[in-house]
Design a protein around this ligand. Structure first.
Ligand code: SF4
Length: 364
């Protein structure tokens, strides 16, 4: 049996029938699986003993503990916890590759935000990102994305919290693996399974225009975040090689279409890099671009990752420059905030933990 995280209710019904069990068990099995964060004591459920034994023998136990023999679910390869509670998990997949998943506690004591990966490695080559240095390895399956959510659910539960929001902002470009991303979101958001709700899910992109349009056409109504990072094509192309393929205006036009189709304001992500994209003139240019648009700007503090692919050592904009950039935007009517940095001391920028773990295996 494929890992339960790869199943929809319908596909599990077919599988159970093929193995001689009643289809009607499928919904209960999956509900228990999601509710328990993937770590279910099947024998404690009211299931036919043969089915409980079948599930216990071959179902994935989930990443928090090593799976039983035959399990194909991911296992936890490393965990880092920062003083602010931000927790980074490195999950080892069945083929030996690894992905990162991050849990960020909310100021409200009972909640966390989760960040999941959509690919192993990434082909986008963003110059300031640690993920880019290992290149693209493969797409994640819907189940491997679901497993990250379940791992977050268990981590949150262990500290007395629950997963309130989920962002696709980890390793990889979600729009280049859209079908599995959409399939995972459908399960995570389904009332009878993950129960997170469409509004609690955000899909982020570096600006893959066809992907933005496809996400709008999917009807899922999740939030969209666009990583712009520069108000002009030349600066953007230096930072994000994909910037050469889709121009700033083209990306914002796609974001406009997304907003019109879903009614959801799009978030513009902008990582402030000292001396690169943080000048008052660039803030004013960004404000001009967003004039008349109901978008919200998230200013991010850069988490240094060492020398970039192009040999640049990027540094975060200073607090004073960040405040000045924010003021330039707000003075021009742009809704903008500075996102509080999380887990600075634990290599919370995507790709860092994996890169270090590949160099020297970590203890969990
Ligand atoms: S920032 Fe995101 S899209 Fe860019 S290389 Fe890193 S993981 Fe890929």
């Amino acid at each position: 049996m494929a890992p339960l995280s790869e199943h929809t209710v319908e596909s599990l019904e077919s599988r159970l029938v093929a193995e001689g069990f009643r289809a009607s068990h499928a919904a209960r099995v999956l509900r228990a699986f999601y509710t328990a964060g993937g770590d279910v004591d099947w024998t404690a459920l009211r299931l036919p003993r043969a089915l409980a034994e079948r599930l216990a023998a071959s179902g994935p136990a989930g990443p928090a503990v090593a799976g039983p023999a035959g399990s194909t679910g991911p296992t936890l390869a490393a965990r880092q916890v920062a003083s602010d509670g931000t927790t980074k998990l490195l999950l080892r997949l069945a083929d030996g590759r690894a992905v990162e998943t991050v849990m960020m506690p909310d100021d409200r004591g009972d909640r966390v935000a989760g960040c999941v990966s959509s690919q192993v490695g990434c082909a986008m080559g963003c110059d300031f990102c640690a993920t880019t240095r290992t290149g693209f390895e493969r797409n994640l399956t819907a189940g491997e994305i679901v497993e990250q959510f379940l791992a977050l659910r268990r981590e949150a539960r262990a500290v007395g919290r629950r997963v309130q929001t989920l962002v696709f902002m980890g390793m990889g470009e979600p729009m280049l693996n859209l079908e599995p991303v959409l399939a995972a979101v459908r399960r995570i958001a389904a009332n009878e399974l993950g129960g997170l709700g469409w509004r609690q899910v955000t899909v982020s992109t570096v600006g893959i225009v066809p992907g933005i349009d496809a996400l709008a056409a999917s009807g899922l109504n999740v939030h969209l975040a666009v990583s712009l990072h520069a108000p002009d094509d030349a600066t953007r192309a230096r930072l994000l090689p994909m910037g050469r393929r889709f121009g700033v205006e083209e990306i914002l036009a796609a974001a406009d279409r997304y907003q019109a189709a879903t009614g959801r304001p799009v978030t513009v992500q902008y990582c402030l890099l000292q001396g690169v994209n943080d000048s008052p003139a660039q803030a004013r240019q960004l404000a001009r671009l967003l004039a008349g648009r109901r978008m919200h700007v998230n200013l991010l503090r850069y988490n240094p990752t060492g020398l970039s692919l192009r040999g640049v050592e990027y540094a975060p904009a200073s607090a004073a420059v960040t405040d000045g950039f924010l003021a330039e935007l707000r003075d021009r009517g742009v809704v903008a905030h500075v996102r509080r940095p999380r887990g600075r001391e634990i290599e919370a920028a995507c790709g860092q933990l994996r890169r270090r773990a590949e160099a020297a295996p970590l203890q969990s």
